[in-house]
Design a binder for this molecule. Structure first.
Ligand SMILES: C[S@@+](CC[C@H](N)C(=O)[O-])C[C@H]1O[C@@H](n2cnc3c(N)ncnc32)[C@H](O)[C@@H]1O
Length: 237
């Protein structure tokens, strides 16, 4: 699937940027909640602990994260995305920071299942819902293995209310996109084609159970207004 997905993301990137810039998926509130979660996590750490390593899986161009990233006390930052074309945009958006950064082309499931040094904070925004359910489970198990003791996984994504079918979710979301008036009709259709083909949001109740079985403690931190966008904090159980 990788080559096809990469091509699709390249083509649709400008449309996605318009979605973010017009706050159609509530990135502003979501990013504020994510920033509060990281600040809270930093505040409860031992002040003598080494600076944390942070990884953003499916980073895109970093969206609204650069101001947050620029002020965080980090040991390192890694942005990973399947679509290598967005990584220079991410680097440019971040600009100079006082810690080492890596911008890596790669698959987030591959990252989760690879060996590597423990990571303190993993964030992922609107990327994991492209995985099917067995892959989401592997992702959660892999991240659990890679997270440092006391670490934090912040999973921002679209999710289905418990019990809602994917078909019902897609129909509901498509109707919503038809109301995205800042986008022209052909852009709306692009979004609809994308989500109809590629989006597999997790069922909220099921994914909590899957995460717990993988060794995580799950906490919802923020919910958008549409029974779709949400932010969960996962910590080692
Ligand atoms: C909807 S954009 C989200 C970008 C940004 N994280 C945000 O929150 O706005 C999804 C991003 O995830 C990337 N992506 C999708 N599947 C991926 C995978 N399996 N591994 C790595 N990146 C992936 C896409 O290339 C795209 O840049």
């Amino acid at each position: 699937m990788a080559a096809e997905v990469i091509e699709m993301f390249r083509r649709q990137w400008t449309t996605y940027r318009r979605v973010v810039d017009n706050d159609l998926m509530e990135h502003r509130d979501l990013t504020a909640a994510l920033a509060a979660a990281i600040d809270g996590w930093l505040a409860q750490r031992d002040p003598a602990a080494p600076l944390p390593h942070l990884v953003d899986l499916g980073s895109g161009d970093l969206g609204l994260l650069p101001p947050l990233l620029r002020r965080l006390p980090l040991a390192s930052f890694t942005a990973l995305d399947l679509n290598g074309a967005v990584l220079p945009l991410a680097a440019e958006a971040l600009g100079p920071v006082p810690y080492p950064c890596r911008f890596e082309e790669g698959d987030l499931l591959g990252w989760a299942e690879a060996d590597g040094p423990p990571v303190d904070v993993v964030i992922s925004g609107f990327a994991v819902h492209h995985l099917r359910e067995p892959e989401k489970e592997r992702f959660l198990r892999g991240c659990r293995r890679r997270i440092a003791p006391g670490g934090l996984l912040l999973w921002a994504d679209v999710f289905r209310p418990a019990g809602e079918s994917r078909e019902a979710y897609v129909a509901r979301y498509c109707q919503r996109v038809h109301g995205w008036t800042p986008l022209e009709a052909d852009r709306q259709e692009e979004v609809i084609a994308h989500l109809s083909a590629w989006d597999h949001p997790a069922d909220r109740a099921t994914i909590e159970q899957v995460a717990m079985a993988a060794g995580w403690h799950w906490r919802w931190l923020w919910q958008g207004h549409h029974d779709a966008e949400a932010l969960a904090a996962l910590t080692p159980a």
